[in-house]
Design a protein around this ligand. Structure first.
Ligand SMILES: C[S@@+](CC[C@H](N)C(=O)[O-])C[C@H]1O[C@@H](n2cnc3c(N)ncnc32)[C@H](O)[C@@H]1O
Length: 73
């Protein structure tokens, strides 16, 4: 994945994986049916991984509400 194609989360988040995404994306299979993200945080990883469906988890309930709102738009 070339750097200029990496989507950046609108949520600036400590531990965000934006700078590592070019490397991380190479480690994922090309075709993913269900993507499980146990620590979604700002969401940079799931925003840059193509899958048929996503399960996003985080211990921070407010963050999940925020993602649901963003997704609903
Ligand atoms: C560094 S962020 C994740 C970065 C993110 N995956 C990305 O795509 O850039 C780590 C997240 O893990 C969450 N977290 C920490 N401990 C957790 C736990 N025990 N269960 C679920 N989420 C947890 C934090 O609330 C935080 O949002």
């Amino acid at each position: 994945m070339s750097k200029n194609k990496i989507k950046r989360s609108p949520l600036f988040y400590v531990g965000d994986k934006y700078k590592l995404m070019a490397q991380i994306s190479e480690l994922f299979p090309k075709e993913i049916n269900t993507f499980y993200e146990p620590f979604v945080g700002g969401g940079t990883v799931f925003l840059n991984i193509k899958a048929n469906q996503y399960f996003l988890n985080d211990i921070n309930a407010h963050l999940i509400k925020l993602h649901n709102t963003l997704i609903s738009y």
